[in-house]
Design a protein around this ligand. Structure first.
Ligand SMILES: CC(C)(COP(=O)(O)OP(=O)(O)OC[C@H]1O[C@@H](n2cnc3c(N)ncnc32)[C@H](O)[C@@H]1OP(=O)(O)O)[C@@H](O)C(=O)NCCC(=O)NCCS
Length: 236
């Protein structure tokens, strides 16, 4: 337990240049406190002490602003920077060397049962305010930009930004190219709309002509057997 705490403190030094002393990290870093508390809560949870586990995690939430469900599985050398507003769901699995900034939600979409929270691979960075929702897999060393909303799995090494999250960089450094087969065609869409209006106009014209009396068959609109555009009967 205390060996892991020492490892957490070293992790902060490795990733936060602002950290000055071990005491500062131990007493002032909400993420270190939250992870320490989560380890106890997770142990209680695994042994079936659900109420005690939840009580501990809710106490930790009050003190740090970080809510980690005791059921969540968290790897080693995870760093929760600043912390406030971080929410980690029950079935979430987080790998080793992950960095999570303030305001991150690793949650469910509300549609799934059982495994409903994301699986975060080793070395992932989840930027401030990012939301990763659903039982999706985030590959190793993925970077999730601040404020991104990720709803689909992300392959290893990619960078995802925006809402909805889109890949802006792949593991090999390349940027995704356009899907030429599925490009939108605004001209075609406009022509389609014009064609549909033309059909409507023809139908209306045909109806009016038949109502006025079809010169060709002499029937009204409902019974005109030819259904063609015809001239209205001219009054004598
Ligand atoms: C996404 C991030 C990790 C950068 O990753 P990267 O692989 O180096 O990507 P780049 O900086 O080259 O950016 C790639 C593109 O995404 C855009 N982008 C980067 N971060 C973005 C974000 N958070 N939201 C929207 N777009 C973003 C860039 O403008 C760039 O766009 P362009 O290709 O049109 O120029 C970083 O921008 C980020 O958001 N880090 C989170 C850090 C954080 O939360 N800090 C809080 C400290 S308190």
């Amino acid at each position: 337990m205390f060996a892991r705490l020492t490892e957490d403190i070293s992790t902060v030094f490795a990733r936060d240049p602002a950290a000055k002393s071990k005491w500062e990290v131990l007493f002032c870093y909400a993420g270190v406190k939250a992870l320490f508390s989560h380890r106890l809560a997770h142990r209680l949870y695994k042994n079936g002490h659900y109420f005690l586990a939840r009580w501990l995690s809710s106490r930790c939430k009050k003190k740090t602003g970080i809510e980690i469900h005791p059921g969540a599985t968290i790897g080693r050398r995870v760093f929760i920077d600043h912390g406030s507003g971080v929410v980690i769901g029950e079935t979430c699995e987080i790998g080793d060397d992950v960095t999570i900034y303030q305001g991150v939600t690793l949650g469910g979409t509300g549609k799934d049962h059982g495994k409903r929270h994301p699986t975060i691979g080793n070395g992932v960075i989840v930027g401030a305010g990012a939301k990763v929702l659903g039982p999706i897999e985030i590959g190793q060393n993925v970077k999730i930009g601040a404020g991104a909303v990720v709803l689909k799995p992300v392959p290893e090494g990619c960078t995802v930004v925006g809402n909805p999250g889109r890949i802006v960089r792949r593991a090999d450094g390349s940027r995704p190219t356009l899907d030429h087969a599925n490009l939108p065609d605004p001209m075609l869409e406009r022509m389609q709309q014009l064609y549909e209006r033309l059909v409507e106009l023809e139908t209306a014209l045909r109806r009016h002509a038949c109502e006025a009396g079809c010169e060709t068959c002499g029937q009204d609109a409902a019974s005109c057997p030819l259904n063609h555009i015809c001239n209205p009967k001219t009054e004598p």
